[in-house]
Design a protein around this ligand. Structure first.
Ligand code: IPE
Ligand code: IPE
Ligand code: MG
Length: 258
């Protein structure tokens, strides 16, 4: 299993018509609100409705992993009021939704540097993760105070503290198990709403061979039709992982490995 996961920049996933793992930069909440002459935070509230809906859609379509960028390590630079609102919304959502997630067999986890969050929030996160740890319908990972560079550095420090750290000449296989999401296949599909075409320090390592999909649709407007457009776009792509197109047509599953 592990070798399959960490070699996912090489092996063609079997039957990739439906992405197994979708990673989303949920962008455009502020602009959605501004268009309606509402405060930015009203957009974040509506964005939470979209999260609920997208979780449902993923289960319905057979997606196994959904990773959502909720708060980046750079978002602390926002006005204090907005940061506080986002923290409260996160806390409230965790409290209110966790039972529902559990009932729907969803495993929840939070990835990111939790050391900057207050103790109460960290405890609520730990309880939610423990309660839902055995669930299998969908793994929902929320990236909070997450940064891709932090993830890689954190993994490196953990690797150095492990047995592998006693050697030199480290390999990808030494580092990869220490990254966030190491137990999930790398994202098949990256979606960014809100019109910007950038990664904004999301999963830098894990997106090495992910298919990218950008849409102008603002996150609160990202409904079932918009979700299906992203899936349709993904299904039309040919994932080659360095090979030629000719190698893929008519090749045996063996040829699609290394
Ligand atoms: C994304 O929406 C949500 C977070 C970053 C928390 P934004 O708040 O970035 O919305 P825009 O980009 O200003 O429209
Ligand atoms: C990225 O959105 C982070 C999240 C969606 C949580 P931003 O709106 O903060 O991204 P930039 O700074 O405009 O790239
Ligand atoms: Mg934004």
């Amino acid at each position: 299993m592990l070798s399959r996961l960490i070699s996912s920049t090489r092996a063609i996933p079997e039957g990739y018509a439906v992405p197994q793992h979708i990673a989303v930069v949920m962008d455009g909440n502020g602009r959605w609100a501004r268009k309606r002459f509402l405060p930015r935070v009203a957009g974040h509230k509506r964005g939470l409705d979209t999260v609920r809906n997208v979780v449902k859609l993923c289960i319905d379509r057979g997606v196994q992993h959904l990773t959502l960028f909720a708060f980046s390590s750079e978002n602390w630079r926002r006005p204090q009021d907005e940061v506080s609102f986002l923290m409260q919304l996160f806390m409230q959502a965790l409290r209110e939704e966790v039972k529902k997630l559990h009932k729907n067999n969803i495993r929840l986890r939070v990835i990111g540097d939790l050391s900057r969050f207050d103790a109460k929030l960290v405890e609520t996160i730990a309880q939610a993760e423990a309660l839902t740890a055995g669930n299998t319908a969908l793994t929902l990972s929320i990236a909070a105070n997450y940064g891709g560079r932090w993830d890689i550095l954190n993994a490196m420090n953990r690797m150095l503290a492990s047995d592998a750290g006693k050697r030199d000449n480290f390999t990808e296989e030494d580092l990869a198990p220490h990254l966030c999401l190491a137990d999930a296949p790398e994202p098949d599909l990256f979606i960014r709403t809100g019109g910007e075409q950038r990664v904004s320090n999301f999963l830098l390592w894990q997106l090495a061979y992910t298919e990218f999909y950008f849409t102008d649709c603002l996150w609160p407007d990202f409904d079932e039709a918009a979700f299906d457009l992203a899936i349709d776009s993904y299904r039309k792509r040919e994932r080659r992982f360095g090979r030629t197109s000719e190698q893929l047509t008519g090749a045996s599953p063996q040829d699609k490995q290394d």
